[in-house]
Every structure is written in structure tokens, then in C-alpha cells.
Write a protein that binds this ligand. Structure first.
Ligand SMILES: NC(=O)c1ccc[n+]([C@@H]2O[C@H](COP(=O)([O-])OP(=O)(O)OC[C@H]3O[C@@H](n4cnc5c(N)ncnc54)[C@H](OP(=O)(O)O)[C@@H]3O)[C@@H](O)[C@H]2O)c1
Length: 302
């Protein structure tokens, strides 16, 4: 794999561009999804050189993993890595459960749905408020020893929770909310991750589509989490990115994805997609080589 990245202290290696699959089978989270689109999204990713599929039980309560499991039977399993996650307990209103027995059972069920012998990265999707974090991580360490998973991940853990989970130095990767418009992780957790050889995978890298440049200033109400002035600032920044994108005959989304790919603090970037055309377009980010001046300019714009 070109520009390959190693996941934490594990043996897992991926290319720098992955695929987020919450819109593959994630009918419980999004309206209007079609399974046939989801299948086409996975096929497009694997044909386009995208080497990490990021899924979870929570995406369709197993449906996303089912779709991925069916599609990957026609591909060489050694050429891509799968990340999945569990915590939401279907027997308790989907509340987070990090009990070691629950996590062990969840891994076995994910393996079945994915129709594979191993899951490359398995994340605890959310912390619960009762299980000691090191005990939860130890359940994943046992699964790693048994060859069922190859790297240990945690997601949506804050710094204190990461430290508690990593007290035996077993965590390989953290997946948390991060994008050019949501950069708290840089000061809050990056220094600890770097010091402990833990990789970082950002979720919402395109800010749920806002950073593709497909929205206009009239769409502020769709992004009510940003104040009107912050939203306008983001739109100004996207206008400036357009100039950089044009220099590379690239789209805004490809240029922004190229920024994450060039960023040494980011291990694998996993933009989501609803349609195969979006995947094909996003995959071209691998061909966009930003100069260091362009990298710094984008960094400073947000
Ligand atoms: N660990 C966690 O708790 C957690 C939480 C959230 C997400 N995730 C993971 O992170 C992944 C990424 O997050 P996300 O998918 O929610 O958000 P995202 O990557 O910021 O945005 C993805 C969305 O942007 C739109 N899009 C993508 N490429 C496009 C293109 N080329 N042109 C136009 N529109 C495009 C699509 O939505 P539309 O077509 O519908 O506009 C797509 O679903 C998820 O898929 C999931 O695997 C993990």
C-alpha cells in the first residue's frame, strides 16, 4: 500500500484513506438509504484503493456489517482492513455497555456478520459509566490474543478516560470527532496519543458534508450547531480553499481530504458516503499532493 500507516503498536497497516459506513445500512440513523447503494459504496471503495472500512454494530444494528460481509466475499481480504465497534446494548435501550462478557460476545457476532475470521481494528464505541476501562480493554486484548481482532481501539473517550483505558499500554487507536472545523482534539488529546504511540482516526472529517463545499450560505439552518457568524466564516474559508482546489484541478472535498492525508497527526481519514459516485470522487484525494505552503494555508484558514 502506498503511504501506508501503521495502527498504533499493532501489526495493522492501512493506506491513509478509508471509508465511513454509517450510511451503508444505517437505516436507524438516516432516512432514505438503499441497501443497493450501500453495496455499491463498498464495492466502489475497494475498487478505488480505499483500504479501511469503518463500520459498527450501531450502523443499522448489524445491517452495515451484514452488507460489508456479503460484498467482501468477492475481494482479496488481505488487501483491506476492517474496523468495527460495539458498546450499544440491544438488550438495554442501546445504552453503552463495556462489560467484558458483552464486548467478547459482540466481537463474535461482528465476525459472523462480516463473514470473516478476523477484524483488524475493534473499538469500544462509547465508554460506559460503570466498567473499569482497563477491564474493558482487557476483553479486547484477550480477543487479540485469540486472533479474533488485530488492534485495540476506543472511541468517544475523553483524555482521562483514554488514560484509564491505556494504563497497560494496550490501546492502539482512538476514533473521536475531529475536523478542520472541530479541532479541540489537537490540544486535548493529541499530545498524549503521540507520547503513547496511539493512532488517531477522526470521525465527521467532512463535518457531515459541510466541508465538501456543496452547501451555500442559505443552508445555515442545516448546521445549527454553528453560530451564524461561525457558519459564515466557514463559508469564507471554503471560498479560499476553492482557489487551492482549482490549482490541483480538484474539488473542495478532495483538497480537504488531502489535507488530512498529509497531516502527520491523522492516521486514516474515513469520509462517509451515501453513493458510489461520492466514493469515486473522494478516492481521487489520494492524487492531490498539497505543497507545504498550501497545507499551512488550509491549516490557518479555519
Ligand atoms: N465513532 C463514532 O462514534 C462515530 C460517529 C460518527 C461517525 N463515525 C464514522 O465516521 C465516518 C465519517 O463520518 P460521517 O460519515 O458521519 O460524516 P462525514 O465524513 O463528515 O460526511 C460524510 C457525508 O458527506 C456527504 N459526502 C461525502 N462525500 C461527498 C462528496 N464527494 N460530495 C458530496 N457529498 C459528499 C455524504 O452525505 P450526504 O450525501 O447525505 O450529504 C456523506 O455521508 C462515518 O461514516 C462512521 O464510519 C464514527
Amino acid at each position: 500500500m502506498n503511504n501506508s500507516v501503521k495502527i498504533g503498536k499493532s501489526e495493522v497497516v492501512s493506506g491513509p484513506l478509508g471509508l465511513g459506513t454509517n450510511k451503508v445500512g444505517g437505516h436507524n440513523l438516516f432516512d432514505g438509504l438503499k441497501d443497493s447503494d450501500g453495496e455499491a459504496v463498498i464495492k466502489a471503495a475497494l475498487n478505488d484503493g480505499i483500504t479501511l472500512l469503518d463500520t459498527a454494530f450501531m450502523y443499522g444494528l448489524g445491517k452495515s456489517e451484514d452488507i460489508i460481509g456479503n460484498v467482501i466475499q468477492d475481494f482479496d481480504r488481505s488487501k483491506f482492513v476492517i474496523a468495527s465497534k460495539a458498546a450499544q446494548d440491544p438488550n438495554n435501550d442501546l445504552k453503552p455497555n463495556n462489560d467484558p462478557k458483552f464486548l467478547t460476545k459482540s466481537i463474535d457476532e461482528s465476525l459472523e456478520r462480516l463473514q470473516t475470521d478476523y477484524i483488524d481494528i475493534f473499538y469500544i464505541h462509547f465508554p460506559d459509566d460503570k466498567t473499569p476501562k482497563a477491564e474493558a480493554v482487557d476483553a479486547l486484548a484477550q480477543a487479540k490474543k485469540a486472533g479474533k481482532i488485530r488492534a485495540i481501539g476506543i472511541s468517544n473517550f475523553n483524555l482521562d478516560q483514554i488514560k484509564e483505558a491505556n494504563q497497560d499500554n494496550q490501546v492502539d487507536v482512538v476514533e473521536n470527532n475531529y475536523s478542520l472545523v472541530h479541532r479541540d482534539a489537537e490540544s486535548e488529546i493529541f499530545p498524549y496519543l503521540k507520547a503513547h504511540q496511539i493512532s488517531f482516526v477522526p470521525y465527521f472529517p467532512l463535518a457531515s458534508g459541510l466541508l465538501t463545499g456543496k452547501y451555500s450560505r442559505n443552508d445555515a439552518d442545516k448546521f445549527s450547531r454553528f453560530s451564524p457568524s461561525k457558519f459564515n466564516q466557514i463559508m469564507d474559508s471554503l471560498d479560499q480553499i476553492k482557489t487551492i482546489a482549482e490549482n490541483h484541478q480538484a474539488t473542495i472535498a478532495q483538497t480537504i481530504l488531502a489535507w488530512y492525508i498529509a497531516n502527520p497527526d491523522i492516521s486514516v481519514v474515513i469520509p462517509g458516503a451515501r453513493l458510489p459516485e461520492q466514493v469515486d470522487s473522494n478516492a481521487k484525494a489520494l492524487d492531490v499532493q498539497l505543497s507545504s505552503a498550501e497545507f499551512d494555508e488550509i491549516n490557518g484558514l479555519f
